[in-house]
Ligand binder design. Structure first.
Ligand SMILES: Nc1nc2c(c(=O)[nH]1)N[C@H]1C(S)=C(S)[C@@H](COP(=O)(O)OP(=O)(O)OC[C@H]3O[C@@H](n4cnc5c(=O)[nH]c(N)nc54)[C@H](O)[C@@H]3O)O[C@H]1N2
Ligand SMILES: Nc1nc2c(c(=O)[nH]1)N[C@H]1C(S)=C(S)[C@@H](COP(=O)(O)OP(=O)(O)OC[C@H]3O[C@@H](n4cnc5c(=O)[nH]c(N)nc54)[C@H](O)[C@@H]3O)O[C@H]1N2
Ligand code: SF4
Ligand SMILES: [Mo]
Length: 715
């Protein structure tokens, strides 16, 4: 019958950089995506999507979406909001112009004058962050090192515990004591919260350690509120207090750790009183926490990404990773630390990223230093003459964005951006390529929040002339005359090629399993029996928890150094965990603190996913205008009232928002959440106008929680 509507359902996988990696159902009617629902069968998703994705089908149909390739017309900066003006072109024109420009650049400067720049706007193996690695490695471009997120805490993890998935997030239901440390679970890891609540129903206590009273802190039994960047001191204080109170599981420590005597010596100075002075957490609370944590087993720690965002972030992480060994928490199902389960995924990175195609000696530019690289502050020879951006929006997300914008305005820089929208970054492009969205291309997702591989089927055709990222690489490879087989493979073939099917963790399944179930839990034990380290078995050189390192060098965990075996910073690391104070603080930079006395932190927005959705009015309505949380004491001192427009500034830049005066933050701290587009804020600025591109000590991680500012009322 002609008028019968053709209905179909496909498996989806949320492509965003979110630990939950939800499994979804795309509902399609007559070739049109009409609804997206959470998969009820998926043990993590359990049928619900978050506020960001619940109308994901509308996101696909956003009228502002890019539909055609665009080319800049007129001089740079002559368009809206200081960006460029564009005209519509065809894909053929776009690809051949890119090819021509690149061939000329390669002739004059060599291929390293071209730099790719990507991040986790899409996590998929086929359409996401690393999907361009084979192409760019083959091209011989500069290697872009990707340390936006978790490289500090991950480097610390690999040094201390090795590449283990740690405690299963689902095993948290068995915990009697749950510590959520620098993680705003209810906003950023929503599907883990039910496991926490289940544990609490069974008698667990939930403790949140957060630098302000976040949504999650409000939902906890106990909120411990250290000053930002002082977690290393707090963890060392807990270690001190466990030792002093005789709470260490000596047998576990003797059998399965290295360096306890040295750690004990290091912890001696971190008395509760000393740690109180650094962190602002009361000495009695430090002792109480140590007692409760050590004696309420199983105890599970969920560490957030924000722990690493200051000079001492990775050192703090190392100290925290020692806690479950000291308490013997790894002996129990549901005891230990959850860092990133991603270490357990049998992904064939050698195939997916082709590090073997990187020529020895190829230079590496870190993604946090984009501004320096483009403006010449970093002395690059050859200079970057072409930038290719995909799956990331650095003008919103990277630090020191004023510098990035200045670089992007260079007339001699040829910038290509593949995007869904004309973002704050895309507006500076010479060529914009319209990318397909999740429902429009096949993909396979690993996860950094649980143990499931999740499959994404192509449910509908891309609209207009949008193309999957994978197709973009095929077209560019053809243009550059690369005939390697990987550039001929279909998306289905790539999905299959990028998994290590023979790895025992794949349980003997094949692609058909994904086509019929949509997801697969890798074989790492079950939530009720996974006990990875009850008897040590840490994948470290010693097989033990390495509290003490032997002649370790500064280290960036492999996935973040872009899978290349490139040069490493040669600095000797502190062999022990410890406390490294913030770079910008009244103690370490008193001059600066006189001018800029407030420590700003910029956690994630509840209704945005990084900068995604911050251009959608209904999400902005939920999230509210860019706000600045400030304590009553600091507000009064500056004559700021609730709702006043305020400017947040330091020497790097400024942005404006509205003041929310609240005792959710302590005096000396201000909070402004991340993701807002600077072009849509009150003034052309965002939290990353003021953030620093300095690295944290290990892992070249960002220092977004280590920035001083002053806040003033805007009249
Ligand atoms: N809604 C939403 N969810 C997201 C994202 C998003 O943008 N929006 N982004 C995704 C991504 S990429 C990531 S990495 C994760 C991150 O998720 P989380 O790890 O939760 O990171 P944040 O929200 O940045 O910060 C978590 C908490 O750490 C606190 N904090 C900041 N600095 C410090 C500190 O020095 N010490 C302590 N103890 N606490 C501190 C903040 O106040 C905040 O409440 O979220 C993912 N999920
Ligand atoms: N101040 C401050 N800054 C931060 C943080 C912080 O806490 N504070 N957090 C940091 C962290 S943890 C992270 S992970 C980074 C995240 O930084 P980004 O990864 O840059 O964040 P997104 O906003 O998700 O950028 C993704 C962009 O990719 C586009 N995109 C999505 N899917 C596709 C696709 O399939 N193809 C193409 N071509 N484009 C696509 C989206 O439209 C979006 O514009 O930000 C970092 N920046
Ligand atoms: S953003 Fe996170 S919580 Fe929301 S649907 Fe995607 S994976 Fe799930
Ligand atoms: Mo992130």
């Amino acid at each position: 019958m002609d008028d019968q509507v053709k209905q179909e359902t496909y498996f989806g996988a949320c492509p965003h950089d979110c630990p939950d990696t939800c499994s979804m159902h795309y509902e399609v009617e007559d070739g049109k995506l009409v609804n997206v629902r959470g998969n009820k069968d998926h043990p993590i998703t359990r049928g619900t999507l978050c506020v960001k994705l619940k109308d994901f089908h509308d996101h696909h149909a956003n009228p502002e979406r890019l539909m055609y390739p665009l080319r800049r017309v007129g001089p740079k900066g002559s368009g809206p909001n200081g960006g460029n003006n564009f005209e519509r072109i065809t894909w053929d024109e776009a690809i051949s112009e890119i090819g021509q420009r690149w061939r000329a650049i390669i002739d004059e400067h060599g291929a390293q004058a071209i730099m790719p720049y990507s991040y986790l706007g899409n996590m998929g193996l086929v359409q996401g962050i690393n999907s361009g690695d084979p192409f760019f490695n083959r091209l011989g471009s500069t290697v872009n090192e990707k340390t936006f997120c978790t490289s500090g805490s991950s480097s610390a993890w690999l040094l201390t515990n090795g590449p283990t998935g740690g405690v299963d997030p689902e095993s948290f239901v068995h915990a009697k004591y749950i510590v959520i440390w620098a993680c705003n679970t209810i906003s950023t890891n929503l599907h883990h919260w039910p496991f926490v609540l289940e544990a609490r129903k069974r008698g667990a206590k939930v403790v949140v350690i957060d630098a302000f009273r976040s949504r999650t802190a409000k939902g906890a039994d106990w909120h411990i509120c250290p000053r930002p960047g002082t977690d290393g001191a707090l963890a060392m204080g807990i270690i001190n207090s466990m030792i002093e109170q005789g709470l260490v599981d000596q047998e576990y420590v003797d059998n399965y750790t290295v360096g306890f005597p040295e750690l004990k010596e290091r912890a001696r100075e971190f008395t509760p009183e000393y740690v109180q002075a650094i962190t602002g957490v009361k000495a009695a609370d430090i002792m109480k926490f140590a007692r409760e944590y050590a004696t309420s087993q199983p105890a599970a720690i969920r560490i957030g990404v924000a722990i690493e965002r200051s000079a001492g972030g990775a050192q703090a992480s190392r100290a925290i990773y020692c806690l479950p060994a000291l308490a013997g928490a790894w002996r129990h199902v549901g005891g230990g630390v959850l860092q990133l389960p991603l270490w357990e995924f049998p992904v064939d990175w050698a195939k997916a990223a082709r590090p073997d195609w990187i020529k020895p000696g190829t230079r590496v530019v870190n993604n946090l230093r984009l501004g320096q690289a483009l403006t010449g502050e970093m002395h690059l020879d050859p200079p970057i003459k072409s930038l290719f951006v995909f799956c990331t929006n650095p003008v919103s997300q990277a630090p020191e964005t004023n510098k990035i914008c200045a670089g992007l305005q260079r007339e001699d820089l040829f910038t290509v951006v593949a995007e869904h929208f004309i973002t704050d970054t895309a507006k500076y492009a010479d060529i914009i390529l319209p990318a397909a969205m999740a429902a429009e291309a096949e993909d396979m997702m690993w996860s950094w929040g649980h143990f499931y591989l999740t499959y994404n089927q192509k449910a509908v055709e891309p609209p207009g002339e949008c193309k999957p990222t994978s197709e973009m690489w095929r077209l560019l490879a053809k243009e550059m005359e690369f005939d390697d087989p990987i550039f001929q493979m279909t998306d289905s073939e790539l999905c299959e090629a990028y998994l290590l099917w023979d790895d025992p963790r794949m349980g003997g399944i094949d692609m058909e399993h994904f086509r019929t179930h949509g997801y697969f839990r890798v074989n790492v034990g079950t939530a009720d029996n996974r006990l990875p380290h009850a008897e040590g078995n840490f994948p470290t050189p010693s097989g033990k928890v390495e509290m003490l390192l032997n002649d370790a060098r500064n280290f960036v965990a492999p996935p973040f150094r872009a899978m290349y075996e490139g040069e490493q910073d040669g600095d000797l690391l502190d062999p022990l965990p410890g406390y490294v104070p913030n770079r910008e603080s009244p103690q370490t930079s008193p001059e600066l603190a006189r001018q800029y006395p407030l420590n700003i932190i910029s956690p994630k927005s509840h209704a945005f996913l990084n900068s995604c959705y911050a251009n959608e009015p209904h999400k902005v309505r939920i999230q509210g205008e860019q706000y600045v949380l400030i304590s009553p004491l600091d507000a009064n001192a500056r004559n700021i009232r609730e709702g006043d427009p305020v400017r947040v500034a330091n020497a790097r830049g400024n942005f404006e928002g509205v003041a929310r005066v609240t005792d959710d933050v302590n005096p000396g701290i201000v909070v402004a959440t991340l993701g807002y587009w600077r072009s849509r804020n009150r003034s052309d600025g965002s939290v990353n106008s003021i953030s620093s591109d300095a690295w944290s000590g290990i892992g070249r991680a960002p220092t977004y929680s280590d920035n001083l500012v002053e806040v003033t009322r805007v009249n």
